[in-house]
Design a protein around this ligand. Structure first.
Ligand SMILES: [Zn+2]
Length: 178
């Protein structure tokens, strides 16, 4: 399934490309000239339209990055109705992840949460994450200066940890978790 932000960017791109093309096709059909209608629209309207499309795409991209960074940290504290407990510490992408689950531990609907940030493999301190200048992220340990470059963020890797843990639990306890 295409992610929501990707879909929004694709839609913006399609509208950006289709609007001048359909104007031109309409012009050809009605007046037998590709450019009659296109020229009828003042230049500044096309410029504003172009800027709006670019701004839309930029907005979706910025929103996506913001969502990734903000994460879901508060859940453990904010939901007193669910008891959370640590399940396992697991190694993924060279760092330690704490995985917690809800009280219905082997229920198929149990919620499994890969906690962020992960911890340093050397000294078990919470890692910091900064965007790399070119691409990806740099994870650093404030205590022992351990450092690693990773293509994806804490958020994305934590989701993978959740899926892997769920799969391992299913293997261990049967597909029904019971
Ligand atoms: Zn460390």
């Amino acid at each position: 399934m295409v992610k929501k932000w990707a879909r929004e960017i694709i839609i913006a791109g399609i509208i950006g490309i289709l609007t001048p093309i359909s104007t031109s096709i309409g012009s050809k059909l009605a007046t037998d000239d590709w450019l009659n209608y296109v020229e009828l629209v003042p230049d500044y309207i096309w410029i504003i339209f172009g800027i709006a499309i670019v701004a839309w795409i930029a907005y979706v991209a910025i929103k996506k990055r913001k969502n990734e960074i903000s994460g879901i940290h508060g859940i453990l504290i904010n939901d007193p109705s669910t008891m959370w407990f640590p399940w396992v510490t697991t190694l993924h992408k060279e760092v330690n992840w704490r995985v917690v689950g809800s009280t219905q531990n082997y229920n198929p609907n149990a919620i499994i949460l890969g906690q962020r940030p992960p911890h340093c493999p050397k000294c078990d301190t919470e890692l910091e994450q900064n965007r790399s200048f070119w691409r990806g992220y740099i994870w650093t340990c404030a205590k022992c200066n351990w450092k690693k470059r990773n293509k994806d963020s804490f958020h994305t890797e934590a989701k993978r940890v959740e899926r892997i843990t769920k799969s391992e639990l299913e293997k261990r306890h049967g597909s029904s978790f019971s």
